[in-house]
Design a protein around this ligand. Sequence first.
Ligand code: AGP
Length: 606
Amino acid sequence: MCGIVGAVGHKQCSSVLLDALKRLEYRGYDSSGIVTIHDGKITLKRAVGKLVNLDAVLSKGPLKGDIGIGHTRWATHGGVSTANAHPHVASDRVSIVHNGIIENHLAIRQRLEGAGRQFSSDTDSEVLAHLFVEALDSGMEPAAATQQVLAEIEGAYAFAVLTIDYPDILIVARNASPLALGIGDDACYIGSDAIALSHLTRKIVYLKDHDFALVRADGVAVYQEGGVPVNREAVFVAASPGLINKGGYRHFMEKEIHEQPDAIAHSLAAMTNEYGQLTAHMSDSALHAINGIVMLAAGTSHYATQIARYWIESLAGVPVACEVASEYHYRQPATSPYNTAIAVSQSGESLDTLMAMRHAATCNLSTIGLVNVPSSTIAREAGAVLHTRAGPEIGVASTKSFTAQLTVLLCFAVEIARAKRQIDDARAAKIHQKIQALPGLVGKALALFDNIRPIAHRLSHAKSALYLGRGTLYPLALEGALKLKELSYIHAEGFASGEMKHGPIALIEDGLPVVALLSADGLMAKASNNLREASARGGNIILIADADTLAEVDYASAVIEVPPVDPLLAPILLSVPAQILAYLTAVEKGTDVDQPRNLAKSVTVE
Ligand code: AGP
């Protein structure tokens, strides 16, 4: 999703900003641009498409100046074009970059156009540039001008402004969209996240909602709502080595699939104390007090919560509701049966999930965040935080963060069950022992690439595919279908195997690929019957299963076999071949694996 960067006091400002934008590439975008002030004038370069295009434009006409802002745009209002790319400039005097949506932009635009101001884009964001010109025209200084603009706009935003009137100041503000300020030795920086600035500084100031700040080369002055100066402590964020390095793999996604044994092992270590005992980093009394959980998430993270529901309910006997975050917030949910909300998010910045968590807090639920980015907004705002330690995930498609989330959620389920005495210490330790074997099992599943390649080759010619599973493998079927469609653009749907006969079986025709997930749980015989029914109608069954399930299988046209696994852990292990299948199918089709069309890694708009 849109990325914002900025620098003040840095001599090679434009090249520093381009490097920072490259670090935000993983978020997804369709155009980009950089603006600087040089010799008292605003100088601007923009390009549609990937950053290499902006790089080429800058090589032909480098930008000079020691103050600048840059942007990668993910189109919301207005198509993908150079005119709609940020930064936007008004009256050759003010330039802005913006992430989020100004919801009342139409009314503001009409007012400004009525007053004779000329717009040059179709975006909602451009109103910000004109509003600042208007405020400066009336003689306001930066802080007062910002307060006036903030009083007029509605919606989610993080924005940065530069103006030739104050050529040594960047004005920034945030509400609901992330923004980090970086404090360097002789310069200061801004970025949508600390990752963007990790080559420049690790000393970061995070703004809170409704804050704005004036950023100068020698420091930042932060103001809270109403323009009252406020001290926001700087924090030191961990370095992110190897961030823009594919480590010899063809794609980040391929690298991240291979990183799963480590991602799981590190995440498991984060749930284990110095004596090797499982801990949720919450007291037994806090765990015992949990009487019902609403889980809030989007996309792949939502499917992780759906799998976790089976574990938490069956092990701990605690009721769980899994909510699509974007629906929960506006549904006015009756929350009385639950006292706890868990927001699950790789980025920790998905606006839908953040808003849902905030809504849960206003309904008096205790909030727990499960995030992969420790410095993210959800981590900072949640009442308690669980961490996955998957490391930076750059590929837009979630892979290692998903299996790491599942690992942590399974540990969490075991810990609630133990704290509530639903299982005894011995059983908890036994499950924990099985979980410890996961990195090794996942490592073995990585050897499946070559087996899956010919299956992916055939799948790449399909127009449509179904994914089927029962029990914990049902949400995994949904996730497998999401992986295939987002990466290869093949239409794919996931269903509960037992639900097929209630309608979706009508979709089956000769040769339709049906990816089936099977493990040796109590539902294996029933699931196999469902798959036989699909096969009998011409479905081409691609079975992903562990060795213990295969003896009775007589209906599959292709089998992807993983090592024998306890059914409790099966959704984690079977994720790996499902990811590899989607990845290799996309490679066969030649799609943009790491940045599929129209998608963003971190979705910071509603
Ligand atoms: C899936 O591959 C996508 N990356 C997407 O569905 C993602 O899981 C979703 O946008 C939620 O992101 P989050 O975990 O960062 O909140």
